[in-house]
Design a protein around this ligand. Structure first.
Ligand SMILES: N[C@@H](CCC[C@H](N)C(=O)O)C(=O)O
Length: 291
């Protein structure tokens, strides 16, 4: 590791949890192995993603996102809300901007403790997802998967909202054990950069129930970008309107796919868990929890 002591904050968005490290004043780079060690729930801080805050010349902060397996990615909806809340509190403002590898996001804090992030415009072209081969209609691609119990999942919608998502529409999301087959779908050859895999059930034209297997992290309590990708895919396929409530195991995210400019507005809560210090000594990581 390129650091010996660094403080962290443990936060979550609807149970999707993060170790947030601050490299703005104290410059360091994490390797994939170091991020995995921090994410380890037995020996590290324990989290789905490691978030590193860095200086930005285009926004109030740059947010680097590393999955629990160490892979670096372009977007994380729940972490965007957490970082938005942190930086807004630091600056004493209600609106802040966050640069990510996928672009600059605008975050707004409302008086009710919720944070709204403009997640930008979704992309649906097969090269944008990306997919390994041309698919003429990304509202339902030609992928079909036979599950170990013989049932078939087919025709997922796909979308890129800064990261790749595949959404399988089913009648009952609880009738499937996503943990047993999510990993194989994440690595299906149709997804050259792997993908986040969701099962989605339409409750009514304003409500969708969602379970997510996250690329690089496995099953999580909530995934903000999956909520965005699901909402836009639901609207695109005529399953819902453009304003929906996405119900995840960890709670509810509100999504509005704005008609004026196609930007996705994601609204949800953030939570502070505890703070602490990471120390590297003799090549091993120790975690001291301070509050
Ligand atoms: N939990 C996040 C998504 C994190 C990245 C994702 N696993 C990927 O690899 O694309 C969210 O709330 O969006």
């Amino acid at each position: 590791m390129a650091f010996s002591h660094i403080s962290f904050k443990k936060m979550n968005g609807l149970g999707n949890d993060f170790a947030v490290l601050d490299a703005r004043a104290n410059d360091f780079q994490l390797t994939a192995d170091e991020a995995s060690a921090i994410a380890n729930r037995e020996t590290g801080v324990g989290c789905d993603q490691v978030i590193v805050l860095e200086p930005s010349s285009r926004a109030d902060v740059f947010m680097r996102i590393l999955n629990a397996d160490g892979s670096e990615v372009g977007a994380c909806g729940n972490a965007s809300r957490c970082v938005g809340a942190l930086v807004a509190a630091e600056l004493g403002r209600e609106r802040v901007t966050i640069e990510t590898a996928a672009g600059v996001l605008d975050a707004r804090i409302s008086g009710d403790g919720l944070v709204t992030v403009d997640m930008g415009v979704p992309r649906f072209g097969w090269r944008d997802i990306p997919l390994a081969k041309e698919e003429p209609d990304t509202r339902a691609i030609s992928l079909a998967i036979t599950l170990p119990d013989g049932r078939v999942l087919e025709g997922p919608s796909v979308a890129n909202v800064g990261n790749p998502h595949a959404i399988f529409w089913v009648a009952d999301v609880d009738a499937y054990d996503l943990a047993t087959f999510g990993g194989a779908l994440e690595y299906d050859p149709i997804f050259p950069e792997r993908a986040n895999i969701s099962l989605a059930e339409v409750i009514d034209d304003q409500t969708v129930k969602l379970r997510v297997w996250e690329r690089g992290a496995g099953i999580t309590q909530a995934c903000g970008t999956a909520a965005c990708a699901t909402a836009v895919s639901a609207a695109r396929t005529g399953r819902t309107g453009r304003s929906v409530e996405i119900r995840l195991p960890g709670g509810v995210i509100g999504i509005e796919w704005r008609a004026d400019d196609d930007h996705i507005l994601m609204t949800g809560p953030v939570a502070h868990e505890f703070e602490g210090t990471l120390t590297l000594s003799g090549g091993s990581l120790t975690v001291a929890r301070e509050s």
